[in-house]
Design a protein around this ligand. Sequence first.
Ligand SMILES: Cc1cc2nc3c(=O)[nH]c(=O)nc-3n(C[C@H](O)[C@H](O)[C@H](O)COP(=O)(O)OP(=O)(O)OC[C@H]3O[C@@H](n4cnc5c(N)ncnc54)[C@H](O)[C@@H]3O)c2cc1C
Ligand SMILES: Cc1cc2nc3c(=O)[nH]c(=O)nc-3n(C[C@H](O)[C@H](O)[C@H](O)COP(=O)(O)O)c2cc1C
Ligand code: SF4
Length: 661
Amino acid sequence: MKLDHLFSTFRIKGMELKNRSVMPAMGTGYASADGTATDRLLTYLARRAAGGTAMIITEVCAVDTRGKGFPNELGAWGDHLIPSLARIPDALHPYGAKAVLQLHHAGRETFPVAAGGMPEAPSAIPSAILGQPCEEMSVQRIADVVDAFGKAAARAKKAGFDAVEIHGAHGYLLTQFLSPFSNQRSDAYGGSEENRSRFVLEVVEAIRGAVGSDYPVIIRISADELIRGGYDLEFMKRFSPRLVAAGVDLIHVSLGVYSTPGNLSIASMDTDPGFNLFRARAIKEAAGVPVIGVGRITPELAEQAIARGDADLIAFGRQHLCDPDFINKLQQGNEKDIRWCVACNQGCIERLSFEMKSATCTFNPSCGREFKEGQGAGGAVHGPGVRPDGQGHAADTSRNGRRVWIIGAGPAGLSAALAASEKGCAVEIFERDESPGGQVRPASRPPHKEAFLDWVNWAVNQLEKRKVPIRLREEITGSRLSAARPDAVILASGALPAVAGIPGIDSAHVFDARDVLMGRVGLKDPAVVLGAGYVGMETADFLIKKGIRVVVLEMQAVPPVGKFTAHGYWLHKRIREGGGRLIFGAEVTNIGPNAVSFVQKDQEWREPAAMVVTAMGARSENGLEAVLEDLGIPCLTVGDARSPRRLLEAIHEGHKAGLEI
Ligand SMILES: Cc1cc2nc3c(=O)[nH]c(=O)nc-3n(C[C@H](O)[C@H](O)[C@H](O)COP(=O)(O)OP(=O)(O)OC[C@H]3O[C@@H](n4cnc5c(N)ncnc54)[C@H](O)[C@@H]3O)c2cc1C
Ligand SMILES: Cc1cc2nc3c(=O)[nH]c(=O)nc-3n(C[C@H](O)[C@H](O)[C@H](O)COP(=O)(O)O)c2cc1C
Ligand code: SF4
């Protein structure tokens, strides 16, 4: 891949960037509740700097405690935080990366537990998504927050940051003021476009006043709210030159707010790569300053966008979580080694927002664990530097030659093999199927999920390089274990589909979703899918795309797949628009030759079905655990074999077991 434009330098005021790649702000949950940076955060950031990116924008950093979006958000609300902030540029500069602090106030998009009281906003309109009541800001309070932004920017400069980025996107306080949807004030800060713009312009002016004329000031905007009653791209094209006049040097063109359907601020695999680049170009033309493009941008698209002049810099967000070294690998022409982000959102933003846990990556179990795993400790910050080749963990030869058998080449087994081989174990993987990947193979068949298989190919390629054998079509049995007696076993034998005791379930026209997705059965129309979890919904999506009429029956009254996740939203939409029907609270009583009978609200119903597809969960396949115990062979059971869950648990548990076995 020729990437001359991506690897050209760029200058904004005094800040010279070594290439055009930016790691945009991504909240991690790694900071302390008092707003200070932790070793974990610093090592995670330094690890990305070592990977070759030119500019790292920190995650949201609160300018005022009332504006915290989550309890352990990084802070810049007081001078006492300057020494902690200073550790960030100190950690990044040794790798040639520039450090930018993102200045943030969440407005109404937060909870009292984070904000330390009732959240504040331009108007007392609760967030459409969080439903949290909030309080209208007084004019005095607006002035205080403007002042807080200015003071926080001055602290960033003092702490050694190369620039600041104002978070004016994604539905936080600045967007809330701009939006006619969330700003319904009748004073000088609301009503007309002029009035709604006032707060943001005052923030920019305060920051420019605080940092002086030579210091780069970036603003991140949502170019379009994409909600009914919100502002649109035309407004932003009119407004962006005013941002420049107020003191902005560079505009980071993001998209959407909390209630934008399908979460286009952090678009899932359901949205095409590069979908937002045309807005970057529109803002660049309107504002007359350089812009950063963002939103599922691949390196090829980045190269084309810079060459065409759509954008000057490119933000690669989640790709930095999935593979911190991808920029170096691209520069070295080493694309095959890149672990690609698939935009699943499960391990990063959904874990942070819905599970209230710190962010990581489904496919990169080391993300957020760099400090624990001894992947270097942030150069000048403390201890040895992050390994410049970006690979692996601190050298440890204690397990050299230990014979470790891994049973199952699904994600848990492959991940375990990668970690154990890195620790020096003599690893062999056994897989009874003809191909590795386990359930990832059917999981990659529904629409938009093809890229899931890339991870399997990546893992196999890494294992081949390390000469770890994957013995296909070899089923491990108790007698085989007893004969070979490996030193230790990682049992990653996964899960089989669960079977329900419904009359007629054994009929010839009833198939498991995995077989349907793998093309092992001929499709018939119409189909009834039993179960509306992700597997059932994705199988319905798959069948609808093949032209089959589909009804999904689900026992639970509440949809197990919500529309609040991006993928969930798009699944519901595609199924609905494709003519599929979802019936909840439906208890299936019988599967007949041409129809499925079910009871809903005490009434009996029949749905015609030429084919019935079961997607009713999974059951662990871990019978070898008892055999291994009898043989006295140490064993760690991981992934679905421990309990059926998701890829994240499989890959992370496999990794941990591989490091520990
Ligand atoms: C259609 C579908 C879609 C999915 N989509 C998602 C998704 O989007 N996100 C997500 O997080 N999760 C998803 N999942 C779930 C996810 O794929 C599983 O949680 C994950 O694959 C579990 O990994 P594992 O390695 O533990 O087990 P598996 O993937 O089940 O792999 C186990 C492997 O062990 C082999 N094996 C078993 N016993 C033996 C033996 N005795 N000897 C040799 N080999 C043996 C099996 O053949 C298999 O290849 C999906 C699952 C399906 C079916
Ligand atoms: C876990 C996570 C946290 C995020 N936190 C922030 C944030 O703190 N500030 C911000 O402006 N954007 C945040 N974003 C959005 C990203 O900066 C980026 O715009 C988005 O991921 C789209 O880029 P990508 O498709 O390259 O990942 C976050 C995204 C993720 C995945
Ligand atoms: S969890 Fe999914 S979306 Fe998030 S970085 Fe990893 S692969 Fe990408």
